[in-house]
Design a protein around this ligand. Sequence first.
Ligand SMILES: Cc1cc2nc3c(=O)[nH]c(=O)nc-3n(C[C@H](O)[C@H](O)[C@H](O)COP(=O)(O)OP(=O)(O)OC[C@H]3O[C@@H](n4cnc5c(N)ncnc54)[C@H](O)[C@@H]3O)c2cc1C
Length: 391
Amino acid sequence: MKNNDYDIVIAGAGASGLTLLWYILNSEHLENLRILLLDQSLKPDNSKTWCFWNKGPFPLAKLVYHSWKKLEVRTSENRFAESLNQYKYQCIRSIDYTKEILYLARKSSRVDLVETSIQEFDFKSEKALTITDDGTYSSELVFQSVKKPKDYHRSKADNVLLQHFTGWEIETSEELFNPERAIFMDFDVPQQNGVTFMYLLPYQKTRALVEYTIFSESLLPADVYEKELKRYLAQKYDLNEESFKILRKEKGVIPMEDRKYNQWYCQNVMNIGIIGGFAKPSSGYAFMRIHEQCREIVNALENNFALPDRPVSSYRFRVYDMMLLYLLKHEPDISLKIFHDFFRKNSFNTILKFLDEKTNFAQEVTIFSKVPYIPFFKSIYKMKHRIFTGA
Ligand SMILES: Cc1cc2nc3c(=O)[nH]c(=O)nc-3n(C[C@H](O)[C@H](O)[C@H](O)COP(=O)(O)OP(=O)(O)OC[C@H]3O[C@@H](n4cnc5c(N)ncnc54)[C@H](O)[C@@H]3O)c2cc1C
């Protein structure tokens, strides 16, 4: 192996970098690629729980930590619970995912791993360059999930929100949870800071991850999230601080933006993961979209096709996300009513298919006809400068 020169540099060993590496290592056609994996920390940590739903077999199914047959949504007026006959809602812990893929990487003679801080990317003399504290690495291609492109803040974005949350994995002495049913969204919480809900993933009758989640423009002081978690556990489960143990804390901020993401940082340096715009703007779910992107990249590498750099979603779904983001930002009360009717009048299977962007236009018209649709016309009017110019 030439010093510091690789076929591919994967910059960032988070969900997207590791997923891309996993697909490359599992490709019979890419066995000759020399790969460098870089991250500021290559120590697996238990900081994230990635949930997703899918129908068919999931390639890393052995890493699934828990899955739920039923989902429930609660509002101040109703509770909607349903068995998922077509999908499985499941979660993987970042610690298990990272351990497994780093183990495979270390076992492979064609992958080098370096723990270093990445400073910049560049393209010179027909090579992509990754400039790190440890030196500069050159490669044919870089897939990076660590740095926002320089033009990020200049790229078109009208509705920019954050999905911000803090969660506690708790253990209780009493059996309070149903490990077969995840609470997808419980909107029956104070709504003064933006559209707000609790997300509750029971792993056992006495153990659950509960997350206080908000869609809004700015973060809250750190103590507010924890105060709201305490309040919720007291009100809904009659738990005071002595009656549960916090096993782990998790917090995060996911962009929810109608931004026109640029897939390229510079020539031969592709943005992947959240930085590449792979979080679904109206929900923040990214894990399965990252898998789809990585499968497409590997397919292109195997077949010598151009790398996929079209927008993540089709025009129709970009418009729907834009309309929903507009309403979440400008009309939080109406958004709550829309969520209520969305979950009351559609089956979870339809909803998950819609969120997966796998519905057809006729199904989407039916879905929208069941929620207050006048606000959507208003959002189309307000967003016409984007909607009628390609979104
Ligand atoms: C707590 C949390 C929970 C989430 N849960 C879900 C979920 O349930 N379902 C879902 O679909 N999505 C979820 N998401 C959204 C999304 O799936 C995750 O954010 C996912 O980790 C994104 O992958 P990524 O590769 O883009 O970024 P990351 O996983 O954050 O990876 C980026 C990597 O880059 C490294 N890095 C950053 N800067 C540098 C630097 N300068 N030098 C070197 N290395 C650097 C970091 O150490 C990190 O390992 C969640 C997000 C968070 C934060």
